[in-house]
Design a protein around this ligand. Structure first.
Ligand SMILES: [Zn+2]
Length: 946
């Protein structure tokens, strides 16, 4: 037999497979800003034993380990071919810190032990340096995180089990592999067996030893083949040079137990697919008749025939119906029809009946309703005012332009009881909380059956009457009277407004004030030992309860505090006594008791370093845990883990906008929302929260208005996750949100909103907003320098303009046609405009650079002629930048815009007043224009660009 090394390639690249997509997501989200061209391509090298022909690929969930991770074999014991190869990593970088593999020899010299063991052979030790992070808002900036180093160690024992340890205060502590606390929660080990004609792959998730097919759902059995393609190629592969494509992938295992689980899993998948298919068929039938229901009801039977509803329909409530139930239907219909519904005692268009009570298996069934339309009229049955309200909302969506409703029977109830939209008004956005805008928001979210809206207060958003100084927005933010008015409006539409007030970390905006310095543990974290801390919280809660009288919860944050936790002598001593998780539990339980005394339940973020889980036995189980994950993960095993810890009120928490978001990637957002809410519904979670963070980032582009698109998608997925379908959603969005009818509308939404700038996997300059944004604000000289460093951006700018032209064509047509929510389209166009301006600036500066050199040799007249067209381009950019600035101001007043006074990585927006980097960019161009004009005389032309 020939040496396999000659026959078989030494490295493999996953390409265009779901695995690649998933890895790419993970890698993307942490991609270093200045990653060089080489590391921008991610390669996952695959090494295998000569003897066993068994290859082992170890993929580390790279959210910790930064993007360009290359895993390279360090050593391989051929006698133990089934042991994973432990690897050395290179190029580990990320925004907030640096990870690197540490020298094993160094550790051994120090005699560091893992429990009672010395560091095992082949262990991977990662040293991770967090650098200090500067936080700031409203003109205040301070260092929040102290630089610190963390160590993680991974190794496999003789039985092939992986172990993860972390080092705390000189001690190595074993972590459960299932712990998410280190973001190393998900380990995958793929065993890839190569034969001449096939590849056998076995992927296991080490967390809980689950079969990975469970986790890597996109790689279901039947997907393997056409979609999952491994490309095998030589060392240092270039995709175009890859030699062999394997289109038939055979998955095999010699483990009978695994095979059994595998087949059970496939059976469950097949059942789920059948159900999805059945619901899709119903949805397609509705679409054919031009009916858009969002969210999609659970059961719909459509029949021929229509019932004509008069403009002011009559309504009759049968015996047993409560006034509140009649009012609910009237409110819903009035919001849409604009006219009052007449209540009559005789025959009526709409008849309300109470569903018989009885013990409900699940609280979500309180919202159940039946809606039947036949030639005689419309019958609604429900068991609560909320159920009647939702039936009426569905009825409104069934209404066509002529005021007719199709004959239909609908039985409906949500898959997830509580459906919350979170709005981070204190992380940019909503510089002005306009009551009318918020009413529109509540009305629109009620139409898609959202139950809770949560404004987030880190400091500036709510005007506390006792502590007005912490509220930078003042009367522009939430005041007590605005809050009460909105709460009342929301209450009529079955939405509860839940305030979120940070009560542990993330509180720098309040704690930097001198008046509160006693409560400060360090930076932006509250002291857990000072009784005044809790007196302060009690004051805040008293005001929040008054302002939001209908809420059942208050969210108190509780994430991202460990950097400043347990530092004062009292807290330190207590932490030494009962551990940091113990101190955390004491703090949270104290806050929880304050809320209980005010008849509110406590909501918290799951703490990403594991305190929530470690403190599980000390925390009351009536606490609602928001289990947040913002990437499109193959699975969400943490739901199960938290439930097993006893947290029965765990809510699935995806996001529309993520931190460190490299760019517009709605595929990720949609996948995250759908996947998480499907997993949540399966796990019977009582609630979901969809977050919209950091409005105002991306150079002021991510205003709240544009987040509504994906919030509607989350409404769809939370109510009926099985039937959710992005393609159908796009069509429904066009119809319901914008009032656009017609078959091709879904495709238009995809091209103008979902992916206007092409495939998000392509690595173009505009994909990283942190690269796009500065281009708008910088001087032409700086842009010229940028082009010199990365000449390819000139071609990319041209490509971007073509994409923008496509999106613009659609959006401008919409501006003429939309009948609702025109403001959304205006701001979508603004987003396209910002992209266009960045691209045009690159092209104009590039032309200027070239023409400048040539024109130096020419006569003044020739020079003027050469430069004239470029001057015109620059002048039009000035007008463009003025327009962007004007739109930014408009967003602040009427679309949830505002400065993001948070973090140094948002270069566009400065703190204090409505300022926008577009103004800087405009001034830079104007100055350049002046200098060019000045050089038009007979004097010598300077070598440098103006
Ligand atoms: Zn303290």
């Amino acid at each position: 037999m020939q040496s396999p090394r000659k026959h078989w390639p030494t490295a493999a690249t996953f390409s265009k497979s779901p695995v690649e997509n998933w890895l790419q997501w993970s890698a993307w989200s942490w991609q270093s800003r200045k990653a060089d061209k080489r590391t921008r391509r991610r390669r996952y090298r695959l090494h295998y034993s000569r003897r066993a022909w068994l290859a082992v690929l170890l993929c580390v969930q790279p959210s910790l380990l930064a993007a360009p991770v290359e895993l390279v074999r360090e050593s391989f014991d051929e006698g133990a071919a089934r042991l994973p190869v432990i690897t050395v990593m290179e190029s580990l970088r990320q925004e907030q810190g640096t990870a690197r593999s540490a020298s094993l020899a160094g550790w051994r010299r120090e005699g560091v032990q893992v429990g009672t063991l010395p560091i095992p052979q082949g262990a991977l030790v990662v040293e991770y340096d967090f650098r200090a992070v500067r936080f700031g808002s409203q003109g205040q900036e301070f260092t929040s995180q102290t630089p610190s180093t963390h160590w993680y160690m991974l190794y496999a024992d003789a039985g092939g089990r992986l172990h993860l340890h972390t080092r705390h205060e000189g001690q190595w502590v074993q972590r459960e592999m299932s712990s998410s606390s280190l973001r190393l929660d998900t380990w995958y080990r793929a065993t890839v067996s190569l034969t001449r004609t096939s590849i056998a792959v076995r992927i296991e998730e080490k967390a809980g030893n689950a079969l990975v097919w469970e986790s890597l759902k996109p790689v279901a059995m039947d997907d393997i083949g056409d979609e999952m393609t491994f490309i095998l190629c030589d060392e240092a592969p270039k995709e175009e040079e890859c030699s062999t494509e394997w289109d038939n992938l055979i998955v095999s295992t010699d483990d009978p137990a695994l095979a059994k689980r595998f087949s059970a899993h496939l059976k469950a998948l097949a059942q789920e697919r059948d159900e999805q298919e059945r619901r899709r068929r119903v949805a397609a039938e509705l679409q054919k008749r031009g009916i858009a229901l969002l969210p999609m009801p659970q059961e719909v039977q459509l029949r021929a025939g229509m019932y004509r509803l008069p403009k002011a329909p009559s309504l009759k409530a049968m015996q047993g119906c409560k006034d509140a139930e009649v009012a609910a239907v009237r409110t819903a219909l009035k919001d849409v029809l604009g006219s009052e519904v007449r209540v009559v005692s005789g025959s009526a268009d709409i008849v309300l009946r109470r569903m018989s009570g009885g013990q409900l298996a699940n609280a979500r069934l309180e919202q159940q309703y039946r809606l039947a339309v036949n030639p005689k009229g419309i019958a609604i049955e429900a068991r609560s005012p909320q159920g009647f309200f939702y039936a009426a909302q569905t009825l409104c969506q069934l209404l066509d332009k002529a005021g007719s409703v199709p004959h239909v029977s609908i039985t409906d109830a949500p898959a997830i009881e509580n459906r919350l939209a979170m709005i981070a008004i204190d992380q940019g956005g909503f510089q002005v909380v306009d009551v009318d805008y918020w009413k529109r928001l509540l009305r629109e979210l009620a139409k898609v059956k959202i139950t809770h809206v949560m404004p987030y207060f880190e400091g500036a958003g709510f005007l506390y009457e006792k502590y007005p100084f912490i509220t930078a927005k003042g009367e522009n933010g939430f005041t007590r009277s605005k809050s009460r008015e909105l709460s009342e409006y929301a209450h009529q539409r079955f939405i509860k407004i839940v305030p979120q007030q940070q009560c542990l970390g993330h509180s720098g905006a309040a704690l930097h004030f001198e008046q509160l310095k006693d409560l400060r543990e360090s930076g932006d974290v509250f002291c857990s030992s000072n009784p005044k801390t809790f007196e302060f919280f009690a004051d805040l809660f008293d005001e929040l309860v008054l302002a939001f009288p209908y809420g059942d919860y208050i969210h108190v944050g509780g994430d991202e505090f460990a950097h400043g936790f347990a530092q004062c002598p009292q807290c330190k001593a207590r932490a030494e006594e009962i551990g940091k998780p113990g101190l955390y539990a004491e703090h949270m339980m104290h806050v929880r008791d304050l809320l209980k005394a005010r008849n509110r339940d406590m909501m918290i973020w799951w703490h990403e370093q594991g305190y929530t889980e470690e403190a599980a036995d000390r925390l009351a189980k009536d606490i609602v845990i928001f289990d947040w994950h913002y990437g499109n993960q193959p699975s969400y095993p943490s739901l199960d883990r938290l439930q097993k810890k006893g947290f029965v009120r765990t809510w699935a928490t995806p996001a529309v906008t993520r931190y460190y978001d490299p760019g517009d990637d709605f595929d990720n957002t949609f996948g995250n929302i759908q996947g998480f809410l499907r997993a949540g519904a399966k796990a019977n979670v009582p609630g979901e929260c969809t977050c919209t963070w950091v409005q105002g980032i991306w150079g002021g582009r991510n205003i709240f208005e544009l987040n509504l698109y994906a919030l509607l998608w989350s409404a769809e997925c939370a109510w009926n996750p099985v039937a959710s379908d992005a393609e159908l959603f796009h069509w429904k969005y066009a119809k319901l949100w914008l009032g656009l009818e017609g078959d091709g509308r879904g495709e238009e939404v995809r091209r103008a909103i979902h992916a206007p700038y092409g495939d998000a996997k392509e690595q173009k300059f505009w994909r990283d907003n942190r690269e796009l944004e500065p281009i708008i604000g910088e001087t032409p000289t700086a842009t010229a320098k940028r082009i010199a460093e990365r000449p390819e951006i000139v071609a990319e700018a041209q490509a971007l303009l073509d994409l923008c032209a496509n999106a613009r064509r659609i959006l401008e047509q919409w501006q003429k046609e939309v009948t609702r929510n025109r403001v959304t389209v205006d701001f979508l166009l603004n987003d396209v405009h910002i992209h266009e301006v960045a691209a045009r600036k690159i092209l104009a500066v590039n032309a200027l650079s070239k023409a400048w050199i040539v024109s130096r040799e020419k006569t003044p007249a020739e020079r003027k002629e050469t430069l004239a067209p470029i001057l015109t381009q620059l002048q039009s950019l000035v007008a463009d930048l003025n327009e962007i600035e004007a739109m930014y101001r408009r967003s602040v007043l009427e679309a949830g815009g505002g400065e993001c006074g948070w973090g140094g990585w948002v270069p566009f927006i400065t703190t204090g007043g409505i300022q926008f980097r577009a103004a800087e960019g405009r001034k830079g161009i104007e100055q350049a224009l002046e200098r060019i004009k000045a050089s038009e005389g007979n004097g010598p032309v300077p070598a440098n660009l103006p």
